[in-house]
Design a protein around this ligand. Structure first.
Ligand SMILES: Nc1ncnc2c1ncn2[C@@H]1O[C@H](COP(=O)(O)OP(=O)(O)O)[C@@H](O)[C@H]1O
Ligand SMILES: [Mg+2]
Length: 246
């Protein structure tokens, strides 16, 4: 039995107005079920980051609906949106977005500070953050600052931070984009582990070998979904399916 975590309908995003308006998303529809591992691909400028920012409650659509974990978040105020983000989303950025002056463990603790309902004492929060760093293989580096860590290690700190509030979904926008092949592979192994443990992951990438780690690939072009396919064994078309396999 599956549960729908993300449902977007006719999602549009327009930046600016009048002559300089950019139609970044032009009616995107998609459903993501709990436990899926989805890659979003498409050329530069096709709207991948715009879509991820909306899915991650970092931005609002111009039009259309977004149901996240049974809650309509398309019309929330900025503050409400931030609340939904904190409760439900773990976001991983290409450039890690760690605070440079804070140690790894303090960076990981940050989302808990913004989530006062977690009922944890300071000491418990610290312990929880250390455990999260152990999960991503950085138990020995908890007091390092970002500039004392490699890119791959910084991204693992960012993933620990993304996981700390037990999000319903992990969103990653080109999480391996700044990494060498070996570190990228390590990050992918980590995402696999999270997926095997039941995590739901939506990841943007423009690299085919990275996308191949996912079970399903959504292609965007010019702000529209041009294909949405499972690519486990043979290609099965999901939503425009005419090959009658399911
Ligand atoms: N903040 C913004 N203001 C104006 N235009 C933007 C903004 N962000 C993105 N765009 C435009 O929207 C389109 C989609 O961008 P983006 O979602 O970043 O694509 P991708 O991540 O696929 O490269 C592009 O034409 C881009 O220039
Ligand atoms: Mg992008």
């Amino acid at each position: 039995m599956t549960r729908t975590l993300i449902e977007i309908k006719d999602l549009t995003k327009v930046y600016g107005t009048g002559k300089i308006a950019v139609h970044a998303l032009r009616g995107v529809n998609a459903i993501v079920e709990e436990g899926e591992f989805v890659a979003v691909m498409g050329p530069s400028g096709s709207g991948k980051s715009t879509l991820m920012n909306i899915l991650g409650c970092l931005d609002r659509p111009t039009d259309g609906t977004y149901i996240l974990d049974d809650e309509d978040v398309s019309k929330l105020s900025k503050d409400e949106l931030a609340g939904a983000r904190n409760r439900k989303i773990g976001f991983v950025f290409q450039s890690y977005n760690l605070l440079p002056r804070l140690t790894a463990v303090k960076n990981v603790m940050l989302p808990m500070l913004y989530n006062s309902e977690n009922g944890k004492s300071n000491e418990e929060q610290y312990k929880h953050a250390v455990e999260a760093l152990e999960t991503v293989g950085l138990g020995e580096r908890i007091n390092h600052r970002p500039n004392e860590l490699s890119g791959g290690q910084q991204q693992r700190v960012a993933i620990a931070r993304a996981l700390i509030n037990h999000p319903s979904i992990i969103l990653a926008d080109e999480p391996t984009g700044n990494l060498d092949t070996r570190s990228a592979e390590e990050i992918m192994q980590l995402l696999h582990k999270l997926h095997d443990q039941g995590g739901t992951i939506v990841m943007v990438t423009h690299e085919l070998d990275i996308a191949e780690h996912a079970e399903r690939v959504i292609y965007l072009r010019d702000g529209q979904v041009i294909s949405d396919k499972l690519h486990a064994s043979g290609i099965v078309d999901l939503h425009n399916g005419d090959n009658g396999k399911e």
